[in-house]
Design a protein around this ligand. Structure first.
Ligand SMILES: Nc1ncnc2c1ncn2[C@@H]1O[C@H](COP(=O)(O)OP(=O)(O)OP(=O)(O)O)[C@@H](O)[C@H]1O
Ligand SMILES: [Mg+2]
Length: 241
């Protein structure tokens, strides 16, 4: 199976005067169609790592940070960040990655349909039935003409998934996408999402602080451990295979 992400010694620091947080990824490989969960307590760096995998956040250093999306070229992300190739990074992100934020992140002044259409418009993809079909599968086809503010929290997250998937990315990144929902709604939504990503052969990378939830979804988890170092000034968190 193709290796999609290959990371070696990727570091991101959030230090002020040498005090704060450091995320270290000694070595991680993620293959096509794997479903991964980053599990760990609040503040351990899950969103920081997801943002780097989503090409939104620049790593401070890396020995290797490669992305080889299915159907795309191999990209040396470490080098692209180093050379500040923002537009190239943004183009790779738009084409290959869908991102669901914890809060959904739908634009409140656009209808649900317009929100879901956005990634396709950015890529100048043709109008076809993809919006309707993904909305049907996710159970929000009757909500398409509403503004997001008129949806229930669960419907908004379904719409956020539809938006992240509408341009058919091969990678879906979801940062605690159901943490604001009751457990039954959360489980229902994730069951549908898992069906969709398996059907479309998508690589899923998600984050959660809920072990039981992740365990039920049968995801491969990355181990996280943390220690206070440098006289307790730096809280260093490591994600490993
Ligand atoms: N923009 C930022 N500037 C400075 N420090 C930040 C920034 N964003 C996050 N941090 C710090 O980095 C550390 C990791 O944060 P991160 O958001 O990655 O954790 P998390 O595991 O996603 O937590 P949660 O489960 O609460 O979402 C925290 O100590 C946080 O305070
Ligand atoms: Mg987070």
């Amino acid at each position: 199976m193709t290796v999609v992400y290959s990371l070696k010694n990727v570091v991101k620091e959030r230090l002020i005067d040498g005090v704060g947080f450091r995320l270290v990824v000694p070595e991680i490989q993620i293959s096509a169609q794997e479903n991964i969960a980053l599990v760990g307590h609040s503040g351990c760096g899950k969103s920081t790592l997801l943002d780097m995998l989503a090409l939104i956040l620049r790593p401070d250093s890396s020995d290797e940070f490669d992305l080889h999306p299915v159907g795309g070229d191999n990209h040396d992300l470490g080098k692209l960040w180093q050379r500040d190739k923002q537009s190239k990074l943004s183009q790779i992100r738009k084409q290959h990655i869908g991102y669901v934020l914890q809060s959904g992140g739908l634009l409140p002044y656009l209808t649900v349909r317009e929100n879901i259409e956005l990634p396709r418009k950015l890529l100048k993809l043709p109008d076809d039935d993809s919006i309707d079909s993904i909305s049907r599968v996710l159970g929000i086809d009757r909500q398409l003409d509403k503004l997001p503010g008129l949806l229930s929290a669960g419907e908004r997250q379904r719409a956020a998934f539809a938006r992240a998937l509408s341009h058919r990315p091969s990678i879906l990144i979801a940062d605690e996408p159901t943490s604001a929902l009751d457990p039954i709604t959360a489980q229902k939504i994730m069951a549908v999402v898992m069906e969709v990503i398996r059907g479309l052969k998508i690589t899923l990378i998600t984050a959660s602080h809920d072990w039981a939830h992740v365990y039920k979804m049968e995801l491969r988890t990355l181990k996280q451990e943390a220690e206070a170092i440098e006289d307790g000034k730096v809280y260093q968190s490591r994600f490993t295979d």
